[in-house]
Design a protein around this ligand. Sequence first.
Ligand code: NAP
Ligand code: MG
Length: 494
Amino acid sequence: MTTHAAPASTTSHPHALDFARAWDYSPAPETAKITIAPRYGLFINGQFTNPPNTFETINPATEETLSEVSLASAKDVDRAVAAARAAFPKWAALPGVERAKYLFRIARRIQERSRELAILETMDGGKPIKESRDVDLPLVAQHFFYYAGWADKLRYAFPSSSFAPVGVCAQIIPWNFPLMMAAWKIAPALACGNTVILKPAETTPLTALRLAEIFQEIGLPPGVVNIVTGDGSTGAALANHKDIDKIAFTGSTDVGKRLAKVAAQRAIPITLELGGKSANIIFDDAPIDQAVEGIVSAIYFNQGHVCCAGSRLLVQEGVVDEVIAKLRIRLQSLRVGDPLDKNTDVGAINSKMQFDKINEYLKIGADEGATLEQPNACTLPKKGFFCRPTFFTGVQQSHRIAREEIFGPVLAVMTFRTPDEAISKGNNTPYGLSAGVWTSKGSKIFETAGKLKAGVVWCNTFNQFDASSPFGGYKESGFGREGGLHGLRPYVRL
Ligand code: NAP
Ligand code: MG
């Protein structure tokens, strides 16, 4: 009988080196070149302006400056609101079928320019090209197509009411899905006859400005959509402007609460899509291999920069060892690195600030007594902001890593014994954005999903989106829905 020597291993996980070798294939960088102007103005009344104050937006994977964009002042915001106000009566009076034509044209042009948009999204924000190319961009186009379809059918959406557009909408979006959030906000607003001022996040303004180019190309009437880049002060100037009729915000719960006050004082409608600390629940009868893939897509893809990320993993006690063992092996093979490489699974953290925040939580978790594991075998790039896929075991519900939103590739693993305990632990959070349930029993799915206080519950899958399906939260994750028929409601007065 021949014997084989065990593979050399210098880590505590015997498979680590084998996997590193097995997955060490050649880089496959995106080869298309895109042009980025050295400076961008604001997009107001159909034209790009050129105000003197600018700030840099960087590529978080290289820390290199990509471009300078305008920092809109209160005066600039004023001009953008005035343009949206002036454009409103004509746009609102346009027959739905005509507004639909503009939306269809936007959707088609997004498809035609999707490679360029995906590359730019990846360069400005750090997400892997396979995410921006295969997930974000198709959903962005789908959203415009979907609401183009509604624009001339609104009387079927609101069959027993008369309805009118709300008016001039202030829309403020975050950095994790820049184009997708722009689409979620702009498409239903325009379909219903509103005009818009959009404020992209400070770290990811470039794709919204390309969208402005598309609005010019397809001949969208001036003032119907205005884009003001800037920082929090620009967002505050927009939300506090006296001539807006509605606020739509996606971002942190802290800023959302402030904007809710502003809206309440002025008695204007507001929709809020805020943070989350979502539970991903794995029962002992779940298909474990699929569930492990589900964990990976719930928290590690897009670097955990997902508001509805399954950042709390609840595993039934009987299978926790198996789940952790398989997760460890799976994480070894994830490729962390250059977001423009088509093989990359986990790209760059969006900004230095977010990178520091995630590292702070890694320290907090260890200080609280949880056990940190980062089984990934990749060599991280020397420059840029990268974090290895991480999970903590030995987590208590009271730990900060189990309660607070980290917004990075960091998972808190906890266990449960009974379905009731899973539900009570799942709901033990101030948030209520999403949840996942993994089991082979349909009855258990319906029982658990019905009792989880979350806007979206995925069953035997995670992070699936569709323009026809409403999305939004409970509790401190906000209110109002985006997507689907429900997504029209915030943009009409009944
Ligand atoms: P954030 O700080 O709240 O920023 C969101 C947007 O608000 C940005 O455009 C930001 O501008 C702007 N802003 C900042 N301060 C403001 C103020 N005082 N008044 C008006 N606007 C202001 O959140 P973030 O760090 O960019 O995004 C991460 C958060 O978004 C996470 O909590 C995540 O869960 C949440 N999120 C939720 C959803 C959802 O659908 N529920 C989706 C994505 C993200 P600057 O970028 O210039 O600061
Ligand atoms: Mg950037």
